[in-house]
Design a protein around this ligand. Structure first.
Ligand code: ADE
Ligand code: ZN
Length: 319
């Protein structure tokens, strides 16, 4: 099995329907209305209804233990597909709304990460993400909260949500604070919006990675700039196809980005929502083993893990 490394997966977006049902039962909750279709899958039909479905599934989360079980469950599943390292996007918004302290939330996630490493050898780390459509003030508050209570497993800062809302530059204070305190930075861009969103992000924010960034393929000058900078794209083809950005894998720009010299990684984003897994993304990428191993190596290099962890991972994934 080819060793795999994942840099782009959302904690709440990783909850499989079976786990959502289990958590609802455990917490004595009815499942949110309209969450599942008759086939037992999450129901949504476009990017905005996907974000709404994503919010609905979050309603099954109530306690710190729930968050720990979600990350453990994801890491266990992806380890079985050959993953050795995962950076999980975790938003403090949800636990805060439940009255769970940042420290208790991180502690629960760390416990899930430790349990998965003990049982499966997989290493997990956390990227704290803000939600773009909630605005720049919340993003800054989140970065401030993150740096006020550092934890060795929290290695990066990122942003998801509705890419069409607000200018990238508005989030610069939050990102600069995170970067100045040693956190790696990534931002969702060039997914729902075109190359201009990626240009704005690389100009205004101290990011070394772009979440998705696939729409950069519409602009040769941008691809050249990304290649020149060595910026790394967290490409999630299954997500892009499920959300209708491209009709199929043949039309997806993964290979064009690689041919233009852009550094890419493969990721699952919100796997049960998009009927994919990290293993499926590697399997369906249309790349040979050597290219897939290069992608895993790029992901380790672009990860926000400390240097000793990176060296250990690089050794682990060498053939
Ligand atoms: N949050 C979870 N998945 C996302 C995606 N694909 N784009 C933006 N925000 C997200
Ligand atoms: Zn994402």
């Amino acid at each position: 099995m080819i060793p795999k490394v994942e840099l782009h997966c959302h904690l709440e977006g990783s909850i499989a329907p079976g786990l959502a049902r289990e958590l609802a039962t455990r917490n004595g909750l009815a499942l949110p209305a309209g969450l599942f279709g008759p086939d037992g899958h999450y129901v949504w039909h476009d990017f905005w209804s996907f974000l709404a479905a994503y919010d609905r599934v979050c309603a099954v989360l109530r306690t710190p233990r729930d968050f720990g079980d979600v990350i453990y469950s994801y890491l266990a599943g992806v380890a079985a597909e050959g993953a050795v390292y995962v950076e999980m996007f975790c938003s403090p918004e949800r636990p805060a709304a439940l009255g769970i302290s940042y420290a208790a939330w991180i502690e629960a996630l760390a416990e899930g990460i430790d349990r998965a490493e003990r049982e499966f050898g997989i290493v997990g780390r956390i990227i704290v993400v803000c939600i773009r459509h909630l605005g720049a003030d919340r993003a800054l508050a989140m970065a401030q909260g993150m740096i006020a209570e550092p934890h060795p497993y929290v290695v990066g800062f990122g942003m998801g949500g509705d890419e069409a809302k607000f200018e990238a530059a508005e989030f610069a204070p939050a990102y600069r604070l995170a970067r100045d305190h040693g956190y790696g930075c990534t931002v969702h861009a060039g997914e729902v919006i075109g190359p201009e969103s990626v240009w704005a992000s690389i100009k205004a924010l101290p990011v070394t990675r772009i979440g998705h960034g696939v729409r950069s393929a519409d602009d040769p000058a941008l691809m050249a700039e990304l290649a020149r900078r060595g910026a790394v794209l967290e490409v999630c083809p299954g997500s892009n196809i499920a959300l209708g950005l491209y009709p199929d894998r043949e039309a997806h720009p993964l290979h064009r980005l690689i041919d233009a010299g852009v550094r890419v990684t493969l990721n699952s984003d919100d796997p049960p929502f998009f009927h994919t897994t990290l293993g499926n993304e590697y399997d369906k990428a249309g790349l040979d083993e050597a290219a897939l191993r290069r992608i895993a190596r790029t992901a380790v290099e672009a990860s926000f893990a400390d240097e000793a962890t990176k060296r250990k991972l690089l050794k682990e994934i060498e053939p």
